[in-house]
Design a binder for this molecule. Structure first.
Ligand code: AP5
Ligand code: ZN
Length: 213
C-alpha cells in the first residue's frame, strides 16, 4: 500500500499514522517530523527550514522533495508507505508521480482528512508531543497518564513552536491556498477518499481501514 494522508493542521494525520504503520508494516514518512528533527539538530537543512516553519509557511518544494526522494530509498519503504504532510503543493505532487514512475510504482489511495476549520484551534493549542517518537497527545482529548510525561519512555512532552492560534492562521491559509489544489489533482485520478475527521479517533480509524481494504 502506498498512501497519502492530506488534511489541515490538527486534522489527525499524525494521530492515525502509527497504528496503520504497525498493522500493515508501512514506512511512515512525515515531512513535518523530519523537518523538526533537522531543525533540532541544527543541520544545514534545518537552518534553511526553520524560519518558514516558525511562521507557518511552507518550506521550499525543492527542500522537501529532496528529503522524500532520499527517504524513499530506505529498504523499509519498499513494501509500502504513508506520506503524512507531503505532497502539499501541486509541484510536489507532480514530482512525486515522476519519482514513483521511475521506481515502477504509484500512489494507491489518498485519504483526505476533511474537517471544519473552526474545530482546529482547540486541537492545535492543546497538543503535546514526544519529539523523538512523534507520539501525540492532547491535554483534553488524549491526555497522557501523567501530565506532561510520555506514557512509553517517561520523558517530558513539549508543545510545538508553531502550535499557537496566531501561527495556525497562516498554516490554514497555506493549506487552503497551496494544498487544497493537491486534493483536486488526485480527485481527477479517482483515488481520493474523504474522511469525517471531526469524529473521534476510533471512528476515523475505522473509516481509514474500510478505505484501504
Ligand atoms: P506538519 O508537521 O506536517 O504539520 P501540519 O500539516 O500543520 O499538521 P499537524 O501535524 O499540525 O496536524 P495532524 O493532522 O498531524 O494532527 P494530529 O494528529 O497531531 O508541518 C509543519 C510545518 O513543516 C509546516 O507548517 C511547513 O512549514 C513544514 N512542512 C512540512 N511538510 C511540508 C511540505 N510537504 N512542504 C512544505 N513545507 C512542509 O492532531 C492534532 C491534535 O488533535 C493532537 O493533540 C491530537 O491528540 C488531537 N486529535 C487528533 N485526532 C483527534 C480526534 N479525532 N478527535 C479529537 N482530538 C484529536
Ligand atoms: Zn502531524
Amino acid at each position: 500500500r502506498r498512501l497519502i494522508f492530506i488534511g489541515p493542521p490538527g486534522s489527525g494525520k499524525g494521530t492515525q499514522s502509527p497504528f496503520l504503520k504497525d498493522e500493515y508494516c508501512l514506512c511512515n514518512l512525515a515531512t513535518g517530523d523530519m523537518l523538526r528533527a533537522a531543525v533540532a539538530a541544527k543541520t544545514p537543512l534545518g537552518l534553511k527550514a526553520k524560519e518558514a516553519m516558525d511562521k507557518g509557511k511552507l518550506v521550499s518544494d525543492e527542500l522537501v522533495i529532496g528529503i522524500i526522494d532520499e527517504a524513499m530509498k530506505r529498504p523499509s519503504c519498499q513494501k509500502g508507505f504513508i506520506l503524512d504532510g507531503f505532497p502539499r503543493t501541486v509541484t510536489q505532487a507532480e514530482k512525486l508521480d515522476q519519482m514513483l514512475e521511475k521506481r515502477g510504482t504509484k500512489i494507491d489511495k489518498v485519504l483526505n482528512f476533511a474537517i471544519d476549520d473552526a474545530l482546529l484551534e482547540e486541537r492545535i493549542t492543546g497538543r503535546l508531543i514526544h519529539p523523538s517518537s512523534g507520539r501525540t497527545y492532547h491535554s483534553k482529548f488524549a491526555p497522557p497518564k501523567v501530565p506532561g510525561i510520555d506514557d512509553v519512555t517517561g520523558e517530558p512532552l513539549i508543545q510545538r513552536k508553531d502550535d499557537t492560534a496566531a501561527v495556525l492562521k497562516s498554516r490554514l491559509e497555506a493549506f487552503h491556498k497551496q494544498t487544497e489544489p493537491v486534493i483536486d489533482y488526485y480527485s481527477k485520478k479517482g483515488i481520493v477518499t474523504n474522511l469525517h475527521a471531526e469524529k473521534p479517533p476510533k471512528e476515523v480509524r475505522e473509516e481509514i481501514e474500510k478505505a484501504i481494504k
